[in-house]
Unconditional design. Structure first.
Length: 367
C-alpha cells in the first residue's frame, strides 16, 4: 500500500495500431471518468520523436501528462515507471491511461506483465485494451503471405492477439450489420478477448469501458514471447516526420481552414496506402484544433474556443508515412509553407526531425 494508505493507482494500457483512434478514445474516457465519476485522470504518451501532438492535445483537455520519447514503452520500461510514479507524486490520480506508440509490439509481456508483477503495491493494472479501427478490422487482421506478399501487416494482427479486451472503434461510421461482421471477425481470431464496439464521437459503450476501468478486474493474460526481428521490415518501411513551429497570424487566422488545407496537401502528396497516420494540432490562447489523416480519411479530433485567432499560435505535426525520410521532409516543409502563405500566416522558429526508427528490443520480458 502507498503512503497514507492510498490504494494502488488504477492503470490502463491502451494499445493498437497507427490511426486506430487511441488518443481520441483515451481523452474521451478520461473526460467521462472525470465528469461522471469524479475521478482524477493522468496520461502517459509515447513516441519516437521529441514533440508530440498527443501530449499537447491531452494538456489542452486539462489532463496531467508525461511522455516517454525516443522509443517505445517496451524499450524504456524504467522511464515509463519513473513517469508513472511522477504523475502519482504530482497529483495522485485515481487512474493513469498509457498509450504506447502505434507500431509497438509485445506490450503485454514487456509493459503490462512487468507492471502488474513488479509494482502491485503501487499500480493495479486493468486488463490490456487494444483499439482496432472498426472501418479497417479485416485489414488489421490480414497477415502477409510468404516473404511479405499478398498484402497485410504483421504488427497490427500481432497487437490484436495480445488483447484482453478489443475496443472496436469508430463504429459510428458503420452500419449495424458491418459492426456485427467486424465483431465476429475479431472474435474468431482472438477467442479469449471480449470485443466491445465503441465510438468516442457517439459515446457508444463508453460507460461499459469505464465500468471495466473502475472495476477490480485485472490483467491476467499470459504473454507469448515473439522474435522482434520478424517486425523489423515493417517498422523500417515507415518514415517519421515531427515538426513544431511558432505561427504568427498576419490578420485573423481561420484555425480550421489552416489545419484542413495542410492535411489536404499531405493527402495529395502520398498514395493513401502509405499514410499510416498524420496528426496536426494548432493552438493559440483563444482557439485550438486537432486533425488526423489515415490513408485518405481526414477527421477533426478536437476543436476548442473560437474559430479565429490573432497574434501567435503553436503548430505541432507528427507524421508516420511509408516513404523515405528526405521525401517526407521536402513534402511537409512545402505543405506547411504553402498553407501558411495561403491562410495569411508566418512560420517562425520551426524545429523538425525526420528519420526511420532504429530496431528496438524490450528492456525486459515477463510472463
Amino acid at each position: 500500500m502507498q503512503s497514507g494508505d492510498k490504494p494502488p493507482t488504477r492503470f490502463v494500457v491502451l494499445g493498437g495500431y497507427l490511426g486506430a483512434g487511441k488518443t481520441t478514445l483515451a481523452a474521451a474516457l478520461g473526460k467521462e471518468l472525470r465528469s461522471k465519476h469524479g475521478k482524477s485522470v493522468a496520461i502517459i504518451t509515447n513516441d519516437q520523436g521529441n514533440v508530440l501532438v498527443d501530449t499537447e492535445y491531452m494538456k489542452d483537455a486539462g489532463f496531467d501528462v508525461k511522455d516517454v520519447l525516443g522509443g517505445c514503452f517496451c524499450a524504456n520500461f524504467g522511464e515509463f515507471v519513473k513517469n508513472a510514479r511522477s504523475l502519482v507524486a504530482m497529483g495522485r490520480p485515481d487512474v493513469i491511461i498509457a498509450e504506447p506508440i502505434g507500431t509497438s509490439t509485445a506490450i503485454l509481456g514487456s509493459v503490462v506483465a512487468p507492471l502488474r508483477s513488479m509494482y502491485p503495491d503501487e499500480f493495479q493494472v486493468a486488463p490490456f485494451f487494444v483499439v482496432v479501427d472498426g472501418t479497417r478490422a479485416a485489414e488489421t487482421l490480414k497477415r502477409p503471405e510468404g516473404f511479405g506478399l499478398g498484402g497485410g501487416k504483421l504488427i497490427p494482427s500481432h497487437q490484436v492477439r495480445e488483447a484482453e479486451y478489443v475496443l472496436l472503434s469508430k463504429v459510428d461510421r458503420l452500419s449495424e450489420q458491418e459492426v456485427q461482421e467486424a465483431e465476429g471477425l475479431i472474435s474468431r481470431e482472438v477467442s479469449d478477448a471480449e470485443v466491445i464496439p465503441c465510438s468516442a464521437l457517439a459515446r457508444r459503450n463508453m460507460d461499459r469501458i469505464v465500468e471495466i476501468i473502475l472495476s477490480g478486474r485485472v490483467s491476467t493474460k499470459e504473454p507469448q514471447e515473439v522474435d522482434q526481428r520478424m517486425f523489423a521490415v515493417e517498422k523500417a518501411s515507415m518514415g517519421w516526420f515531427n515538426a513544431h513551429a511558432r505561427l504568427v497570424a498576419e490578420g485573423r487566422l481561420d484555425i480550421n481552414q489552416f489545419v484542413t488545407a495542410l492535411m489536404r496537401r499531405v493527402a495529395t502528396d502520398f498514395p493513401p496506402e502509405t499514410i499510416g497516420h498524420v496528426k496536426v494540432m494548432l493552438t493559440s490562447p483563444t482557439a485550438s484544433a486537432k486533425m488526423s489523416l489515415v490513408e485518405d480519411r481526414m477527421q477533426v479530433d478536437g476543436l476548442k474556443g473560437g474559430r479565429y485567432f490573432t497574434g501567435e499560435g503553436k503548430l505541432v505535426l507528427n507524421a508516420r508515412v511509408s516513404a523515405a525520410p528526405n521525401d517526407l521532409r521536402r513534402s511537409f516543409e512545402k505543405a506547411i509553407s504553402e498553407t501558411a502563405m495561403e491562410t495569411g500566416a508566418q512560420v517562425l522558429e520551426m524545429g523538425e526531425a525526420c528519420f526511420t526508427p532504429k530496431p528496438e528490443a524490450p528492456s525486459l520480458f515477463m510472463k
